[in-house]
Design a protein around this ligand. Sequence first.
Ligand SMILES: [Mn+2]
Length: 305
Amino acid sequence: MDCGQPSFPLPSLSFNKMNKSASYNFLGIQNPSYEKTKFVILPIPYEATVSFGRGTRFGPEGIILSSRYVELFDEETKTEPYRKGIFTLPEIPIESNSVPEMFKQIERTIQKHLKKKKFIISLGGEHSLSIPVIQSHRIFYPDLKVIHFDAHADMRNVYEGSRFNHACVIRRVTEAGCEVFSFGIRSLSGEEFEYISSSKMNHVFYDIDTYDKPLENFIDNIPDGNYYLTIDLDVFDPSVVPEVGTPEPGGLRWYSSLKFIRKIIMSKNIVGVDIVELAPKHPYSPSCFFSAKFIYKIISYLSQN
Ligand SMILES: [Mn+2]
């Protein structure tokens, strides 16, 4: 059977500059006024360290392009959360090979928008970018604590010669004095286990202990206060989100994660979010769409408050 040409134009299946034209906005909506907007999306295509697979630099582009196909009505809250205003900022340009310079650039951008009381959702990019992003939030919220979604502990002191490798993120955050509550963890070294055991700042909920129980019940064990939410997408089962830099068997699924996120947003004061480590093969893959919809769900829950 000759199927001929498709009758509708297929979207571009490669990452290129054309994708970042005037409509390079989360959800494809017209940018509202920045001044009136609560939520800002900040694409940070930073990829300096890689352990297994490449491609986290394409994460923001994959999420933003796929987000055009996310339905604007949320069937769970029966609302259209985008009406609260979601402004997509320009990408932070990755112009330097120097990690300190790059971190400073990220800090400057984050602090600029925090001063204007924006709620920033950063799109990675590799997990290391969370170090300057969280550090900047701590200037505005000195008592800030972190909820960390990840398959990996990320508590190595040094990895492949760098203290700013994506395997060291949570170690740097806790060393700076920030308490961290980690969920979904199912891969760590002996050194990391010893560090966690001796640290009063790290609270790890291992996936093996939580996977067959309602994850949201564990929220009752963590104190109230201001929280930053860092989400490494490899926290999900690789059958759900396969396109991540470092996939691990086990992990979260769609509804269990939504129940957890919804409860955490209702019970704690979440002040910032990042979604990192998506490593898509092309801009319209299921992992990109999953990530876009997951972010819109988070915005939907935040809009209820
Ligand atoms: Mn990870």
